[in-house]
Design a protein around this ligand. Structure first.
Ligand SMILES: Cc1c2[nH]c(c1CCC(=O)O)Cc1[nH]c(c(CCC(=O)O)c1C)Cc1[nH]c(c(CCC(=O)O)c1C)Cc1[nH]c(c(C)c1CCC(=O)O)C2
Length: 344
């Protein structure tokens, strides 16, 4: 039974329907900034226990809705659950980030990657989504997500985070066939995974291509964009957002994808972004996350400027990337309140 949403602003904005005010949420709003999150997190053995226990994932997903008043929840999980389900396991090290036990750099590594059934290997995510939908009781929509194939590829080739991802980028030059075969496997997994999230109740989905910006335009359009296109073309039941951080040169190509919303980071000029994307897509973004360190007056002024630049329709207010972990939640509340109160 489909429950009626009490607040569906973000879904309407994504579809280009009229909204009475601009919806607002923050990338990485679940976890990272709230003391209530840290309390749950510190009581556990680690990040993975939180991700893999639906009751706990549900609890921290709801926190920003209850405490911050955002117009959408995003399921608490991580983009790295996908490579893990494919057979490349990771550990989340405090203060370091993800570390993979193996890397994917040879044909043999690529062949050993499995395309899992998400109903089996990623069942804990679907369960967390169903439970969260129940607990949300229609208050706001729930966003499902996955990493874009290029970003996942970067992590599993590199074996963790990196400043340059030069091992991942090296393969694009030395063995493009291998790169395509790995990207293809990640794509097939991501499609069934996002479909399982939607089946479980996700009201919209976002694809995070966090490392899009390290590729030259030509490579972005060969190794990243076609796989995002395949994902977008395979999903037609809920609104889709594509956030390719730093892909400035390819924004008009991204806008041609079968998606509803295009995410912009803070370096993208807003007017130019709108011009390149056109009026058939919704824009999401793009306040510099560091604006949340500014004095209140500056934060309010910058937020208001952003709203005026983007306008009241076909727009979802957000930061230009995830909220930084040391951000004061009071500043986040002020940001949200400023969006909600704004009169155009
Ligand atoms: C690149 C990427 C990752 N994960 C993600 C991305 C894409 C978005 C982006 O670019 O920021 C996406 C992500 N990760 C997490 C979410 C949860 C939902 C949300 O609040 O948006 C989402 C959407 C939880 C998390 N994922 C992680 C944490 C912190 C872990 C902890 O509590 O110890 C959280 C709350 C860990 C993580 N996960 C990842 C890294 C590099 C790290 C370590 C550094 C960091 O904290 O961001 C990979």
């Amino acid at each position: 039974m489909k429950l009626q949403l009490k607040n569906d602003l973000i879904l309407r904005a994504a579809r280009g329907e009229k909204v009475e005010r601009v919806p607002v949420w923050l990338m990485r709003q679940a976890g990272r900034i709230l003391p209530e999150y840290r309390a749950v997190r510190n009581s556990l053995s680690g990040f993975k226990e939180l991700v893999e226990t639906p009751e706990l994932a549900c609890e921290v997903t709801l926190q920003p809705v209850d405490i911050l008043g955002v117009d959408a929840a995003i399921i608490f999980s991580d983009i790295l659950v996908v490579p893990e389900a494919m057979g490349v396991t990771y550990q989340m090290k405090k203060g370091v980030g993800p570390i993979f036990e193996t890397t994917v750099r040879t044909e043999r590594d690529a062949e050993s990657l499995i395309i899992p059934d998400p109903h089996d290997k990623l069942r804990y995510v679907s369960d967390a989504i169903s439970l969260t939908k129940k607990e949300l009781d229609g208050r706001v929509p729930l966003i499902g997500f996955a990493g874009a194939p290029w970003t996942i590829f970067s992590y599993i080739v590199e074996g963790g985070g990196s400043k340059t991802f030069s091992n991942a980028r090296k393969i694009l030059y030395q063995n493009p066939t291998l790169a395509h075969s790995v990207l293809n496997k990640i794509t097939q997994t991501t499609i069934t995974y996002l479909k399982a999230q939607i089946e479980a109740g996700a009201d919209m989905v976002q694809v995070f291509d966090s490392w899009a910006g390290i590729l030259p335009k030509k490579q972005y359009e060969e190794f990243a964009l076609p796989y995002i296109k395949e994902i977008c073309d395979s999903i037609d039941t809920v609104p889709k957002t594509v956030f390719s951080k730093g892909a400035y040169r390819s924004i008009s190509e991204i806008a041609k994808l079968n998606c509803n919303t295009v995410g912009l980071d803070w370096n993208m000029d807003r007017k130019e972004g709108r011009q390149l994307v056109g009026n058939e897509r919704t824009l999401q973004g793009n306040l510099d996350p560091c604006t949340l360190y500014a004095p209140d007056e500056v934060l309010v002024k910058e937020t208001q400027q952003m709203l005026e630049d983007f306008g009241s329709q076909r727009y979802i207010a957000n930061l230009g990337h995830g909220v930084y972990p040391d951000t004061n939640p009071e500043k986040v509340k002020l940001f949200i309140e400023t969006v909600k109160k704004h009169q155009f």
